[in-house]
Design a protein around this ligand. Structure first.
Ligand SMILES: *Cc1c(COP(=O)(O)O)cnc(C)c1O
Length: 442
């Protein structure tokens, strides 16, 4: 049966075919229309006294993606100073950025950071060292910061993505606040914003509970705060069995609590949210070619080998994350769509899908305990196109792409006009080795 789009967000097969004619697999393909829609949803979140969304740019830092999100009116949440510089190189003004980082620079790096803060970069204090190093370098009237508080409670889709419990050290822990505040007072520092980010993809109920906790901090410790940032971490659904957080509902809850806070204290707080996944995860597709099919004996499994695995999508290996598959034959006919499995008359089999790296963990079908679990799907043929969905966030920006000396792959944007636009070219092998030096002469 001929279908013309794949997946719940209806990516046109024609767009994939167009890109396939232009460059070799594997490559990423992003859906501009979906990114724009997600930006609007954030901006339309219910709120009490204004909401300012930011994009956690570590999710995907490619220039055109940053420009797209900036053009939509969404700010930037940077997690390193290099991210700030990269966003600046994409044409984004410093005033649009908040830097929330584990880095504590010194020397020349500190000088550059201080200059950027003087020029408008918003800085989120995450430690006593950061406060001490930076505040003294700024003129007294420039000593206005956001502060990230470690709430002692977090939630993430996996242990490694919980940023709010005692096993992670993001932000200033509550128990350190009194000491930090007295030092801040000596330095004449004003904290005009309070920030808490509890983790990635966690339980929406915990996200809502955090609002109460955070407003409690604002009331107890931060009389000068006029803004409150609730972090990102909205759970996104990549697979059919997953449920995404309802951002509208989270907004309603936040609105109600911020209104109650106003009634109680007379303080009107502007809110900020800063998701990464929510804005870009499902806009991204990894287009690969089925390179080979192998067997491990009668008692074993059937393996489908794709030409792109952990070096372009580390999430299965890192988190046990699952991604949907879409299979096209050479004519572009859809043979399998993870979200429309009822439409396929071919019989399904339990298959293991792997990448091309020499690493047995280079598999798409892992659980978070690293056990390999076969996926029920139709058996592709060598030469078919296998599209992996949900790769817009934490793939291009996070993978060990040069492992096994593979080149960093190209990226395309499917524009709202329906054109395939190359936003990053494939790296060349020479670029991988360009900074290497030979042995000294004997
Ligand atoms: C990573 C991160 C985010 C975004 O998390 P998502 O799960 O992608 O929404 C937001 N804020 C901070 C401080 C982060 O480190």
């Amino acid at each position: 049966m001929k279908t013309t789009t794949i997946g719940p967000n209806r990516l046109p097969v024609e767009a994939v075919q167009n890109c396939l004619r232009r460059g070799k697999t594997p490559f990423y393909l992003y859906d501009q229309g979906l990114i724009r829609k997600r930006c609007r949803l954030l901006q339309e979140m219910p709120n009490a006294f204004g909401v300012f969304p930011r994009y956690a740019m570590k999710a995907n830092s490619t220039r055109a993606i940053l420009q797209e999100i900036h053009a939509a009116g969404v700010g930037i949440d940077a997690s390193s100073f290099n991210e700030v510089r990269r966003a600046e190189m994409a044409g984004i003004p410093l005033e649009n950025m908040l830097l929330t980082t584990q880095e504590a620079p010194f020397g020349e790096d500190l000088d550059t950071l201080v200059t950027s803060i003087e020029q408008g970069l918003r800085y989120n204090i995450c430690s006593q060292t950061q406060l001490e190093n930076i505040a003294v370098r700024l003129a007294p009237e420039k000593r206005r910061f956001s502060i990230r508080v470690h709430p002692g409670v977090g939630s993430g889709e996996s242990v490694t993505r919980n940023t709010g419990d005692k096993y992670s050290c993001f932000g200033v822990h509550l128990s350190d606040l009194p000491a930090l505040l007295s030092r801040a007072h000596e330095l004449g520092v004003v904290f005009d914003q309070v920030h808490v980010h509890i983790g990635s993809g966690g339980d929406p109920a915990v996200w809502e509970e955090n609002i109460d906790r955070e407003l409690g901090f604002v009331e107890t410790y931060f009389p000068q705060a006029t803004r409150v940032n609730f972090g990102g971490g909205f759970k996104e659904a990549r697979m059919p069995h997953e449920t995404a957080a309802d951002v509208y509902k989270l907004g309603q809850t936040a609105k109600k609590k911020v209104e109650e806070f106003y009634e109680k204290t007379g303080r009107k707080l502007t809110t900020e949210v800063e998701p990464g996944n929510f804005l870009v995860a499902n806009s991204g597709y990894l287009v690969t070619r089925v390179a080979d099919i192998k067997q491990t004996g009668d008692q074993g499994f059937t393996f489908i080998l794709l030409d792109g695995g952990m070096e372009v999508n580390l999430r299965p290996l890192l988190y046990g994350a699952q991604h949907p598959f879409y299979i096209l034959d050479e004519h572009g006919t859809v043979r399998f769509d993870e979200f429309h499995t009822d439409q396929h008359c071919e019989e399904r089999e339990d298959l293991i899908v792997v990448g091309r790296c020499c690493e047995s963990g280079d598999s798409y079908t892992l659980q978070d305990d690293h056990a390999i679990v076969p996926r029920s799907m139709i058996r592709p043929r060598v030469g078919d196109t296998c599209i992996v969905g949900g790769v817009g966030a934490y793939c291009s920006s996070m993978t060990p792409f040069n492992y096994n000396s593979h080149e960093q792959i190209s990226e395309y944007l499917l524009t709202e006009r329906g054109e395939c636009h190359c936003i990053r070219s494939r790296q060349r092998l020479e670029q991988i080795v360009q900074n290497e030096h030979s042995l000294p002469p004997a």
